[in-house]
Design a protein around this ligand. Structure first.
Ligand code: AMP
Ligand code: MG
Length: 283
């Protein structure tokens, strides 16, 4: 079975994150480990780079509007940065468009929540990676009631409409929640505190957020259930094991690319005639 099928959230179905073991490794062979995943990632990265080149060639030579957008969401320490480093890092950097979304700036707050997202979309031919996304506007914003309930409640439909519009414009979305356990987050936060070179990543506010774990899990479950559509599905990747997380995300991208049936565009010139001209010129 394809990993896409295994990890996908079915549309219009309630989601119970508690039933998905963050330490599990669905779809990986029993012998799989860190070393195995590293070797796999090299191969998958090469395949992804080739696919992305075809995407770019299609945009450049044939005016295709196709592009792929990986959306990464996770709790703090969920591994978004590591996934970008390992998975995007396995691809050709020329074809990537990577954007991280933090707290909205003053200018961003003057516009609707999708404004900054629209401006950050990958151009045709590129692979975009969103490290956090418009989903923060139904996650952190919902948990902290940054806007009243009526407002964030309306956003699920807005997001679905927005994503449908993207799909119609050639964007293939791969939305991934990196699912870690509260215990693993605790471990990772402790590691950050134990390593002075990681202190820049630590924010005392992370502990306050951690106390809101159940509210966040509830908000995640709702976002997954309400916004996993046929057009733009959500995938939940168990992420306590970093090697599995990287392999799974890379593999989801590879499977998604394979479904696009990409091909290199055929040249609109006479190859034999061009060769002839070139030979004459080279003499
Ligand atoms: P980091 O990823 O550690 O750099 O943190 C980014 C912070 O920005 C996180 O605490 C997010 O919850 C916060 N953030 C991202 N998007 C939004 C948003 N739309 N509204 C409020 N906070 C946000
Ligand atoms: Mg942080």
């Amino acid at each position: 079975m394809e990993l896409r099928e295994r990890l996908r959230i079915a549309p219009d179905t309630a989601v119970d994150l508690g039933a998905i073991d963050p330490a599990s490794t669905p779809g990986a062979p029993a012998k799989a480990d860190k070393k195995w995943a590293a070797a796999q990632l090299t191969d998958i990265g090469a395949a992804l780079s080739r696919y992305q080149e075809m995407l770019y060639a299609g945009a450049k030579a044939a005016g295709s509007r196709q592009r792929l957008l990986l959306v990464l969401q996770a709790m703090d320490c969920g591994g978004k940065d590591g996934t970008v480093r390992k998975v995007a890092g396995a691809m050709n950097p020329q074809g990537l468009h990577i954007v991280a979304f933090g707290k909205p700036t003053e200018e961003e707050r003057r516009h609707d929540f999708l404004w900054r997202i629209r401006r950050a979309l990958p151009a045709p031919g590129f692979v975009g990676v969103f490290n956090r996304s418009h989903y923060e506007d139904v996650l952190v914003v919902r948990v902290h009631q940054v806007v009243p309930r009526e407002e964030w409640e309306g956003r699920y439909d807005q997001i679905n409409a927005f994503e449908r519009e993207l799909v119609e414009d050639g964007v293939t979305l791969v939305k991934v929640m990196l699912h870690i356990s509260a215990e693993e987050q605790c471990e990772r936060l402790l590691q950050r505190l134990d390593d002075p070179t990681k202190h820049w990543k630590y924010n005392p506010g992370d502990l306050d957020e951690r106390k809101l774990w159940p509210a966040y899990q509830e908000a995640y479950a709702d976002a997954l259930a309400r916004c996993s559509t046929e057009a733009a599905p959500w995938f939940v990747v168990p992420a306590d094991r970093k090697w599995y997380r990287d392999w799974a995300v890379a593999n989801l991208l590879r499977e998604t690319f394979a479904q696009l049936s990409l091909e290199y565009p055929v040249g609109d010139f006479d190859v034999a005639a061009e060769k002839h001209r070139l030979r004459e010129d080279c003499q």
